[in-house]
Design a binder for this molecule. Structure first.
Ligand SMILES: *[C@@H]1O[C@H](CO)[C@@H](O)[C@H](O)[C@H]1NC(C)=O
Ligand SMILES: *[C@@H]1O[C@H](CO)[C@@H](O)[C@H](O)[C@H]1NC(C)=O
Ligand SMILES: *[C@@H]1O[C@H](CO)[C@@H](O)[C@H](O)[C@H]1NC(C)=O
Ligand SMILES: *[C@@H]1O[C@H](CO)[C@@H](O)[C@H](O)[C@H]1NC(C)=O
Ligand SMILES: *[C@@H]1O[C@H](CO)[C@@H](O)[C@H](O)[C@H]1NC(C)=O
Ligand SMILES: *[C@@H]1O[C@H](CO)[C@@H](O)[C@H](O)[C@H]1NC(C)=O
Ligand SMILES: *[C@@H]1O[C@H](CO)[C@@H](O)[C@H](O)[C@H]1NC(C)=O
Length: 398
């Protein structure tokens, strides 16, 4: 009799521990991809590539995962995940926007916006408790509207993009008295992240390190938070990335291991795939400056010419000029629509305003360029608001 019980117990234990719903190691299959995400023949997951503009990429593990313990008042079960990512910016100064490890009720994230929204939320639902999303953001863009601390940080996001807690990227070396070491997320080196939740202590820890440094004792960020209101009974786990209008990077997941109620399997570093042509990344920088400022400079020149002429060009005339110019400059492609050119012209106007206080800061200019804020039709509104709440940030065209 006791043998029977033991056998049943072992069977149950086996069924439990080998259940694909509780732990897995990413191996290139069993993923639901959308947007720009794709997996190549070697199992390398690329979430977005640096030639995409205002795109999102999602990759979720196909099966839902049981996150709550029904025999324990629906408490959230401990979980543990570790993954290796690599960010290769198109141009180091214009990388973006970031990526996130996501726990979500659905594999779709429909309507989620690119750029600063990281493909997680849209402008209406960010911050809403009905999202039921927990994310660890690896953010390489300083989003003013989300109170980002810098353009190189890790944060824990619950239901919205304003992180509950965040820290500049880096790690505490294993030695007890080791001083904090900064890391640059977007330097094209693979890095490893650990996300651990202890369901008893109700604490979530996030640790970051270069891949040649073994698991560290001290997490980069640690948050005490009971998650039952956020986490539903079953959830999906995966990754999200986004690119902006000007900012983009190649985002890769090289390896990923996940486990409920236990420590996820170690990643075998000798088996992680290599990303294609990683060495190209540095020497393209000078072009970046040209590529971005070229339209700017051109439009400023256009503007000056028209001002010197003593005439304010009409919208219609401007569009004609623009179309001529577009025909000449093929390199900007079809993406460069009239609307965007108008935006650049308006920003040029603002930047060259006679009154210094009326000129927008660089971060605000980028916000408009990235499509994260709509420039008011009436420029005098924005000039007035600029002067009223004179921001402390660096001025654009001083
Ligand atoms: C990949 O992992 C899944 C379970 O997560 C498994 O069913 C599948 O056989 C694996 N494929 C390969 C090629 O190892
Ligand atoms: C990059 O992504 C775009 C879609 O956004 C796709 O059309 C293009 O082929 C991709 N390029 C590479 C090199 O994968
Ligand atoms: C669920 O809760 C019960 C009762 O507290 C406990 O015995 C069991 O180990 C828990 N299961 C998991 C997967 O945490
Ligand atoms: C279960 O939850 C209820 C309501 O949230 C609470 O009153 C009760 O103390 C909990 N029981 C345990 C064992 O945690
Ligand atoms: C770190 O601690 C060790 C002893 O634990 C000591 O020998 C060493 O000098 C300390 N280093 C620093 C930089 O404080
Ligand atoms: C989180 O880190 C703290 C140390 O800062 C540690 O005491 C705690 O056990 C860790 N929790 C988890 C879930 O790893
Ligand atoms: C890890 O690699 C980086 C460069 O690849 C090197 O500078 C650093 O010293 C290495 N650290 C360890 C602990 O091996």
């Amino acid at each position: 009799m006791s043998y029977m019980i033991m056998a049943v117990f072992l069977l149950l234990k086996f069924a439990y521990s080998s259940s694909p719903l509780d732990d897995f190691i990413f191996n290139g299959s069993t993923m639901k991809l959308d947007g720009t995400a794709k997996i190549d023949s070697k199992g390398l997951l690329m979430l977005t590539n640096s030639t995409s503009s205002r795109q999102t990429g999602h990759a979720f593990y196909n099966d839902a995962i049981q996150f709550k313990n029904s025999t324990n008042n629906g408490s959230v079960i401990s979980f543990f995940t570790t993954f290796i990512f690599e960010i290769v910016p198109k141009y180091p100064s214009l990388d973006g926007h970031g990526m996130a490890f996501v726990i979500s009720p659905s594999k779709e994230l429909r309507g989620a916006r690119p750029a600063g929204y990281l493909g997680l939320f849209d402008d209406i639902n960010t911050g809403s408790s009905s999202n039921h999303i927990v994310a660890v953001e690896i953010d390489t863009f300083k989003g003013v509207e989300f109170d980002d601390r810098d353009d190189n940080h890790i944060g824990i996001d619950i239901n919205g993009l304003k992180s509950i807690i965040s820290a500049s990227a880096g790690y505490f070396p294993a030695a007890k008295n080791g001083t904090f070491k900064d890391l640059k997320l977007k330097n094209g080196d693979p890095m490893q992240v650990w996300v651990e939740y202890n369901g008893v202590e109700k604490q979530i820890n996030v640790t970051l390190s270069p891949i040649n440094v073994t698991k560290l004792d001290l997490p980069l960020i640690s948050l005490r938070r009971d998650l039952p209101q956020v986490i539903l009974d079953t959830m999906y786990v995966g990754f999200s990335t986004s690119t902006g209008r000007l900012t983009a990077s190649d985002y890769y997941i090289l390896s990923w291991s996940f486990k409920m109620n236990g420590e996820a399997e170690q990643i075998d570093l000798s088996r992680i795939p290599k990303i294609p042509q990683p060495s190209q990344k540095i020497d393209r920088e000078p072009n970046a400056v040209l590529e971005v400022s070229f339209p700017f400079i051109l439009f400023l020149v256009l503007l000056l010419v028209s001002l010197i002429g003593g005439l304010l060009i009409s919208r219609k005339k401007f569009i004609n000029v623009l179309e001529d110019w577009e025909a000449i400059d093929q390199s900007l492609g079809t993406e460069y629509v009239v609307e965007e050119a108008e935006l650049v012209l308006k920003l040029g106007l603002l930047c060259s305003h006679a009154m210094a206080a009326a000129r927008p800061s660089m971060s605000i200019v980028i916000k408009y360029l990235e499509g994260e804020a709509k420039l008011p039709d009436n420029l005098s509104d924005i000039i007035r608001s600029q002067i009223l709440d004179k921001p402390q940030m660096e001025r654009m065209c001083h």
